[in-house]
Design a protein around this ligand. Structure first.
Ligand code: A3P
Length: 281
């Protein structure tokens, strides 16, 4: 996989992404009505993006973007994001060091977390499925160690999570969401997000958002998640399974033991990542 390194951070070399776009981030013009969805990859980006777009626009419809063009800066850049009319919903997998400082204070920030075992399994399928990675013959046994060493693009899961949560915890313009909570009670979380975004919609509207943002409804979208320019024909695309616990079908007993050892050891030195409450048993 080809990546570019900037400030010790690995960015994927998406077609169109360059060192310059990454450096341009410092010039980003934040708006108070921007909502950012921030996360380590495969932790509910598309899901939260659709929910937030509906909540801020007041229109209950899936936008079904083929490649969430507003996924700045991961594949767009300032020039593409600037013309988007307010209120914008933007995404990034950047670490705080690479995130525009102005946006940290001015805009609304949502950090989503997903159990890292499920996130890394999802990331494995993502990497195999997307053409430009050229990872068609990549194996799970080869992918997992790269993750445990934190050498994957967007960096180490624990560092990412700890650095973001230490910054966002208790901040009035920030909300921390767990993928597993969205799975458990989507309707409740939709309303929770609406309160955070300071929008007030009818009960019927929240029902519609919940229905449209179910896994099956989002998977049905013709564009979303299965743009054939991007994904290999045999790949399920973004909407693969949408489960919590699918890692159990991938990890061997030995891989699971190693993962648990690694995480339990490293989480001891964290404050916030530990507080999320994921267990490694
Ligand atoms: P799986 O690969 O485990 O299926 P991202 O948008 O950050 O790339 O995350 C993609 C992951 O979120 C995929 O996980 C995808 O299926 C899951 N996902 C997306 N929308 C979802 C929804 N409405 N309900 C449940 N899971 C969803």
């Amino acid at each position: 996989i080809t990546m570019i390194e900037h400030s010790g951070f690995h960015w994927p070399l998406f077609p169109g992404l360059s060192q310059r776009l990454v450096e341009d981030l410092a010039q980003f013009k934040a708006r108070p009505d921007d909502t950012w969805i921030i996360n380590w990859p495969k932790s509910g980006t598309h899901w939260c993006w659709e929910i937030c777009c509906m909540l801020v626009s007041g229109k209950a419809e899936l936008l079904q973007q083929s490649k969430v063009t507003a996924m700045y800066p991961d594949c767009a850049g300032n020039a593409e994001v600037e013309p988007i009319p307010s209120p914008r919903v933007l995404n990034t997998h950047a670490t705080p060091d690479n995130f525009p400082k102005e946006a940290l204070e001015k805009s609304k920030l949502i950090y989503t977390v997903r159990h890292p075992k499920d996130a890394v399994v999802s990331y494995f399928h993502h990497t195999k499925g997307i053409k430009f990675y050229d990872y068609e013959r990549g194996t799970w046994a080869g992918f997992l160690p790269v993750f445990l060493e934190g050498k994957n693009e967007y960096g180490d899961w624990i560092n990412h999570t700890e650095s973001w949560l230490s910054l966002l915890d208790g901040k009035p313009n920030a909300l921390i969401l767990k993928f597993e909570d969205l799975k458990k009670d989507l309707r409740k979380e939709v309303q929770h997000i609406a309160e955070f975004l300071e929008v007030s919609r009818s009960d019927e509207f929240y029902d519609d958002v919940t229905r449209l943002c179910s896994f099956d409804s989002m998977k049905e979208g013709k564009l979303s998640g299965k743009d054939s320019d991007v994904w290999r024909a045999e790949s399920p695309g973004v909407f693969r399974k949408g489960e919590s616990g699918d890692w159990k079908r991938h990890f061997t007993v030995a891989q699971n033991e190693e993962f648990n050892r690694h995480f339990n050891e490293r989480l001891k030195d964290t404050i916030y990542a530990k507080k999320i409450g994921y267990e490694f048993l």
